[in-house]
Design a protein around this ligand. Structure first.
Ligand code: PEP
Ligand code: MN
Length: 361
């Protein structure tokens, strides 16, 4: 006789977005059924991918580009899920997208960077999600305005969405050539601080805009204790209709994922703790020395201020400041400090010494 369990609900497995080391991968855009199925099967074959991503509706910055296959491609994703067991994720930008994606059982919806900037669009999506149990990832807005990112989280929370995650994909900056979208890590780090319970994953593809930088950005996100990655992958990247320069073949993605080094975020190993304590003590020591050196420097500045006052010379003398700056940048570069750092460091020192000189009675 079959034993009946007393009607206990099977335990719902935790939502995939909470998996540490989550990997979402797939083409920038779904292009053909064959492309989606081929890519999905190679990604599943790596054994390292959890979710298949694909853009169905493509927000392009300029008109005339490939704008996505639309709703028709949702059935390709369902088929890919059936064949590979991978979960699926698509970008949504309107309430219609939300309804269509839900009707095809897409597991994860994400809000793109060009949508997060617009509270009207985010609200429209939130309204369409009300009373659903959808899982939603929110990309940072294209511009470095953390309030818009927070606003999008709040709009979804307000309609009762419980499973929300964040995607860091970098920020637009005029004239930057190294990155397609500069990472500005301090912004996602601040989001982690504000929302410690929301998983945050990194999108190196849209940060880099090329293949060469992907590993170092992915590693940096791992080092900063991000929870996972979303990376664009196409079975034949060079023929991709969108973002072809940044997509990796599933094989290359497999290699990249294999190279990532996961450091333990905390360990009690005795050697490690001792070493860390020792190094932290050095830092404390050096900081004390720096502060006392700065204070000596301020005393000299004060003396200069006295002389200037007696000779009735203005406190701020632009030429002298430029000279100091140039010398410091030269010295700094020799010892491996960036020009940007030296500039902001000297600026603070300068402001403080002017304050002290102006205070001379
Ligand atoms: C994408 O993921 O393909 C995309 C359009 O990204 P983003 O919204 O970050 O530009
Ligand atoms: Mn893309």
């Amino acid at each position: 006789m079959e034993l009946k369990e007393n009607n206990v609900e099977p335990k719902v497995s935790a939502n995939i977005i909470y998996k540490k080391g989550l990997v979402i991968a797939g083409p920038c855009s779904a292009e053909t059924e064959q492309q989606v199925l081929h890519t999905a099967s190679e990604l599943a074959h790596t054994g390292k991918v959890d979710v298949l991503r694909a853009g169905i509706w493509k927000p392009r910055t300029n008109p005339g580009g490939f704008e996505g296959i639309g709703t028709k491609a949702l059935s390709w994703l369902s088929k890919a899920k059936q064949l590979t067991g991978l979960k699926t994720a698509v970008e949504v930008a309107t309430s219609k997208h939300v309804e269509d994606a839900i009707s095809f059982d897409v597991d994860i919806l994400w809000i793109g960077a060009r949508t997060t900037v617009n509270p009207f669009s985010v609200q429209q999506i939130a309204d369409a999600l009300k009373d659903t149990k959808q899982t939603v990832l929110i990309k940072n807005p294209v511009n470095p305005d953390i309030k818009l990112w927070i606003g999008a989280v709040e709009r979804l929370q307000k309609v009762g969405i419980e499973n929300i995650g964040l995607i860091h994909r970098g920020f637009t900056s005029y004239g930057n050539t190294e990155y397609r979208n500069v990472p500005m890590w301090q912004i996602p780090i601040e989001m982690k601080r504000l929302y410690p319970d929301l998983p945050i994953i990194c999108d190196p593809s849209h940060i880099c805009g090329n293949r060469t930088g992907l590993l170092s950005i992915a590693q940096k996100s791992v080092d900063l204790d991000f929870d996972g990655l979303i990376i664009e992958s196409h079975y034949d990247p060079d023929t991709a209709l969108t973002d072809k320069n940044q997509q990796l073949s599933p094989q290359d993605l497999n290699v990249l994922l294999g190279k990532l080094i996961y450091k333990k975020s905390n360990t009690n190993e005795e050697g490690f703790v001792k070493q860390l304590e020792h190094l932290r003590e050095q830092i404390n020591h050096l900081d004390e020395e720096l502060i006392s050196l700065i204070s000596t420097r301020m005393k000299v500045a004060k003396d200069i201020g006295e002389i200037k006052k007696n000779s009735k010379i203005t406190v701020l003398q632009a030429n002298r400041y430029n000279e100091i700056l140039e010398r410091a940048i030269k010295k700094g570069t020799e010892v491996g400090l960036s020009e940007e750092f030296i500039k902001s460091y000297l600026e603070s020192i300068h402001i403080e010494s002017i304050r002290i000189q102006n205070n001379i009675a």
